[in-house]
Design a protein around this ligand. Structure first.
Ligand code: GUN
Length: 279
């Protein structure tokens, strides 16, 4: 039978743990603080930012949200980042992506202090992950690892196949699986034999952004499948990169979309912010 790994349930559990840590920190006079900057009117970004704001409230963080007009100049944005880099109330700082076209996304990410980069997007943090030093780990990969562990599988020695090679998900999740002693293969758009690769996998992380592209015939029995995709199917319904219907009745683990990786990503952002405040 297909077993679903609920990200919603796991996120709830983790947030309870974070709440308890916040109570302890508050007793020492420290309130973890997260600042989120949103530039422009992107619909999805507005939802994500509201969810981050609500998550802060839920776990007891101090939060600041800056909703800036589309016409904000790059210099104005960089000045705000600089101010927040030096604000002791703020332990984590992120600019919701994408930024409007007239702003250089790279310049914005690089302006954030590595000590407050709770998204884990900066080369300093990704480099530390690569060489095994403590770092802010990017939130979605960190959530994926927690979900894999929740299935009960022992990662060490297992064959893991990551589909997708983005800097935000594919590459870091591959590094984290390697750190856990998996044998890791990264597949991408130029991979010639995706199905063959996937059929060997004990663990699959799908982070491509193509609706229902991974089907049951590509997954071996017993596999743990983590679906990072957030897509719309031909009827406009939200779906992942994995075709869940084709896995029904199979002896596998799967994270649902919605309710899988999504809720874990924001929870890991809270965890990174807590860690920053603890430092
Ligand atoms: N846009 C989509 N996902 C993310 C994320 O995790 N962090 C930021 N800053 N922007 C995003």
């Amino acid at each position: 039978m297909l077993k679903l790994i609920s990200g919603s349930d796991l996120a709830k559990k983790r947030r309870e743990e974070i709440k308890e840590e916040v109570v302890k920190l508050k007793a020492q006079g420290i309130i973890p603080g997260l600042a989120v900057i949103l530039v422009g009117e992107d619909q999805a970004s507005q939802v994500y930012v509201r969810n981050k704001e609500n998550a802060c409230k839920e776990v007891g963080f101090y939060s600041e949200v800056y909703r800036l007009p589309e016409a904000t100049s790059q210099d104005e944005l960089l000045a705000l980042i600089d101010k927040l880099n030096h604000d002791d109330k703020i332990h984590g700082l992120l600019v919701q992506l994408p930024v409007p076209a007239h702003i250089d996304e790279n310049a914005v990410i690089h302006a954030i202090s590595p000590r407050k980069d709770v998204d884990g997007f900066l080369p300093e943090n990704l480099g530390s992950l690569l060489i095994g030093e403590p770092a802010f780990e990017p939130c979605t990969p960190k959530g994926c690892l927690e979900l894999i562990k929740e299935s009960g599988i022992d990662i060490s020695g297992k064959k893991a196949v990551v589909v997708g090679r983005s800097n935000i998900v594919g590459k870091p999740v591959a590094m984290m699986l390697l750190r856990e002693n998996a044998t890791v293969t990264i597949c991408h758009s130029r991979t010639k034999n995706l199905k063959e690769e996937l059929l060997q996998a004990d663990i699959i992380v799908a982070a491509v952004g193509k609706a229902n592209m991974i089907t049951g015939d590509m997954v071996k029995d017993g596999a743990v499948v983590i679906d990072v995709g957030i897509n719309r199917d031909e009827n406009g319904k939200m779906c992942g990169d994995v075709d869940r219907a084709s896995l029904e009745g199979r002896d596998c683990y799967l994270t649902p979309v919605p309710g899988g990786v999504g809720p874990m990503t924001i929870t890991m952002l809270m965890k990174n912010t807590l860690e920053s405040a603890t430092r």
